[in-house]
Design a protein around this ligand. Structure first.
Ligand code: FAD
Length: 344
């Protein structure tokens, strides 16, 4: 019944030309804006410039006015700041309520949300409420030259193909985007923007959840922030052998990663898995050792600045996307490579 009501509401007012601009959901946790928000602003800026339209961010929370400047610095022309009691921690109902109201009122053409735990909860619900589509887990975005539609690319069929999805008949065009896929711009402190403050009350809605306590885990390893990653695959051979990868990463001041084969073999914790079902990374240097370069692995590394591959099979697919390929035994080559790189 709720869905039918929503559809009817939208059929009455669904004039696509009313929609304009790119809007980024600025995810914050405990008042800290998450990196994904800046990455989305970086990409959102490119999309907005191609359309000749505005880039906005929506920030929801309590006592977070001090964070608005950061969003301007990273490229937003406008920030919608939604504040009110009940928005301090992420909860599904209040955040959906706020997003739905802002989207219906300000009608963005495109809405971008991080494919984080929060974004994966929020994105589909908002799409349902505003009666539009959602392309989940995108790894590439673009604007079609002729139609000006958002090109939303994501892995499909178990990662065997990349599908580009369009949303021609509904607005906004909505996508969730994997963290680590896009680069954030360098912050520009001189950049100013327009602030729209919206006070909201959640007293009208039925909120079924309450945050009782927030427990901080120990240090969470995040290879997505690393500038240098040395990754090992099945070719490394064993958990003990993986020390060569770990040591190389340490010597280069980076972090180690792994293919799914190495994780499935139990050599490495899944927090370090790179690829479609692992992390998407975008380091300055990615060194793939004993990794064949399956499409699911490539999906996680294609945004790296430089890919160096060491593999003893000259026909390994990893060489197709590597900037530098070294054909040979990783146990001989990696120590030499580390030594040479450290001289640079
Ligand atoms: P292999 O493909 O076995 O390659 C090992 C390579 O090591 C070979 O190329 C070999 O020539 C080389 N080698 C062996 N010994 C040496 C040596 N001494 N020196 C140099 N080279 C050597 N995979 C991921 O990595 N990440 C994912 O997130 C992911 N998600 C997936 C999701 C789905 C739905 C599916 C179906 C698969 C997914 N996979 C993922 C698995 C993926 O398809 C591959 O099976 C996996 O990436 C293979 O890992 P690998 O390259 O380490 O192993």
């Amino acid at each position: 019944a709720i869905y039918k009501e929503q559809v009817e509401k939208h059929e009455n007012c669904d004039n696509l030309s009313q929609y304009s601009g790119v809007m980024v959901f600025a995810e914050q946790r405990q008042g800290v804006i998450q990196n994904i928000s800046f990455e989305l602003l970086g990409e959102g800026r490119l999309l907005a410039d191609k359309l000749g339209e505005e880039l906005s961010a929506i920030l929801i929370g309590t006592d977070i006015f001090g964070k608005v400047e950061d969003l301007f610095k990273y490229g937003a022309d406008k920030v919608y700041l939604v504040e009110g009691v009940g928005f301090e921690n992420y909860r599904t109902e209040p955040y959906c309520y706020a997003m739905e109201k802002i989207i219906n009122e300000y009608k963005p053409e495109i809405v971008l949300i991080g494919a984080t735990n929060i974004g994966r909860d929020l994105g589909p619900r908002i799409a349902g409420r505003v009666v539009t589509g959602l392309t989940a887990d995108c790894i590439e975005l673009g604007i079609d030259e002729d139609t000006k539609l958002l090109l939303q690319t994501r892995p499909a069929f178990g990662g065997n193909i990349m599908a580009t999805i369009l949303c021609p008949e509904h607005r906004p065009q909505m996508a969730t985007i994997r963290p680590g896929v896009f680069k954030k711009n360098d912050p520009d402190s001189s950049k100013k923007g327009v602030l729209v403050r919206v006070h909201m009350s959640i007293s009208d809605i039925n909120v079924r959840t309450e945050v009782l306590e927030t427990i901080k885990q120990g240090k969470i390893i995040d290879i997505q922030d690393a500038e240098i990653i040395v990754s090992g695959g099945r070719g490394v051979g064993s958990a003990d052998n993986f020390n060569i990868i770990k040591n190389a990463a340490k010597e280069l001041g980076g972090i180690f990663g792994a293919s799914r084969a190495a994780v499935d073999a139990g050599w490495i914790d899944s927090n370090y898995q790179v690829g479609q079902t692992g992390k998407t990374v975008a380091p300055k240097i990615y060194i793939a050792c004993g990794i064949s370069g399956a499409i699911q692995h490539q999906a996680g590394i294609s945004k790296s600045d430089i890919i160096i591959a060491i593999n003893k099979n000259p026909n390994a697919a990893i060489f197709d996307i590597a900037d530098y390929g070294i054909c040979g035994d990783l146990f001989k080559i990696l120590p030499i490579l580390v030594e040479e790189l450290n001289k640079v």
